[in-house]
Ligand binder design. Structure first.
Ligand SMILES: NC(=O)c1ccc[n+]([C@@H]2O[C@H](COP(=O)([O-])OP(=O)(O)OC[C@H]3O[C@@H](n4cnc5c(N)ncnc54)[C@H](OP(=O)(O)O)[C@@H]3O)[C@@H](O)[C@H]2O)c1
Length: 316
């Protein structure tokens, strides 16, 4: 094992972490040392880097709430096992995965099928679990239904499109930027959000799965038939919705929250099955991949909304 390894160390909130060489951490009992192969850069990670989250680490700290790699040393996990790490305060209360060697508690280490792409392993769970919950548990999409998915080139949106189509729905994939029209997975019909009208979808929709929120949600509610459903996943475009309650009652469209935190356990097995299908190429999750020394560019793509799907740091 090398004596030193590289890590992205956050020294001041509001500045990006600095790439440094540091000693490989010593492993106390109850901990597993993982050689990280890939680590996600998520909106949550950037909020932590910016000092804009309710729980913040003591500095200096290594960010990175989700990562994947190989066990180097552990009392409970076999050496060489391919794993992902997530939860238990990783990247939040304690050092995270933006480092070649991550020292984490044994219980946050979860095996992944051998040969899984580490970039996929570190970022699939949230979009896969959320898409599964949205399509099958909350919106309960049925064969033959007409469904719009907003943010359809995003990580959750792209998987939601594919799962809704598999459930037998005719799917419209709605994006905000013209440049992302080509990133909507088939067989969905791509649509620009500025062109999301009753004419564009042809007939009232049975359901909308909205990953964007704000004014897009207000538009979506108006396109759904009586007794139809709108499942809300995210609110990147705005966290408020103004409703005329008389119109809302008259329209009789159910507005349903999708919350992975409350549904994580119930979709866990499905998310693992989806990982196998993603790794086999039977489903696609868009991933932008960056080496450690291009954190700046990767974070910029995520912050600006230009990134297509997940953004991942790959280690040599
Ligand atoms: N409810 C839950 O349990 C749960 C679980 C996971 C994720 N989420 C939330 O779901 C949302 C989607 O997650 P994701 O992983 O799919 O994110 P993502 O890959 O970053 O996709 C978000 C999409 O939102 C669109 N968008 C619309 N307005 C935007 C704006 N003002 N700024 C940036 N993007 C904007 C972008 O597409 P266009 O450029 O085409 O507009 C982008 O593709 C996020 O808000 C996330 O926090 C919720």
């Amino acid at each position: 094992m090398p004596r030193s390894s590289r890590a992205l160390v956050l020294e001041r909130f509001g500045e990006l972490p600095r790439l440094v060489s540091r000693p490989v951490p010593d492993r106390p009992p109850g901990h597993t040392l993982v050689r990280v192969r890939a680590a996600q850069i998520s909106h949550l990670d950037l909020n932590i880097v910016d000092g804009q989250f309710g729980i913040l680490p003591e500095l200096p700290a290594v960010p990175g709430t989700e990562a994947a790699g190989v066990v180097v040393a552990s009392d409970v996990h076999p050496e060489g096992m391919e794993v992902r790490i997530r939860g238990g305060g990783v990247g939040l209360k304690r050092d995270g995965g933006w480092a070649e060697h991550a020292l984490v508690r044994d219980e946050v280490v979860v095996p992944v099928p051998p040969g899984t792409d580490p970039a996929l392993a570190c970022c699939f769970f949230s979009p896969a679990g959320t898409a599964q919950a949205a399509v099958h548990r909350v919106a309960a999409i049925q064969p033959g239904e007409r469904v719009a998915v907003t943010g359809a080139a995003g990580a959750v949106g792209a998987l939601t499109v594919q799962l809704a189509a598999r459930a037998g729905a005719k799917v419209f994939g709605v994006v905000g930027r013209r440049a992302k029209l080509g990133s909507v997975p088939p067989p969905a019909k791509p649509l620009l959000v500025s062109e999301l009208t009753a004419d564009a979808v042809g007939a009232p929709l049975d359901a909308v799965i909205d990953t964007v929120g704000g004014p897009v949600l207000a538009t979506a509610l108006g396109l759904v038939r009586g007794r139809g459903r709108v499942a809300l996943v995210g609110y990147t475009a705005g966290r408020e919705l103004r409703l005329d309650l008389a119109d809302f009652l008259l329209a009789d469209v159910s507005l349903l929250p999708v919350n992975l935190m409350t549904r994580g356990e119930e979709v866990m097995a499905d998310a693992d099955r989806l990982l196998t299908e993603l790794n086999a190429g039977e489903l696609t999750l868009p991933i932008e991949r960056y080496p450690l020394d291009r954190l700046d560019e990767a974070a910029g793509r995520l912050r600006s909304g230009e990134a297509v799907g997940k953004v991942v740091l790959e280690f040599d």
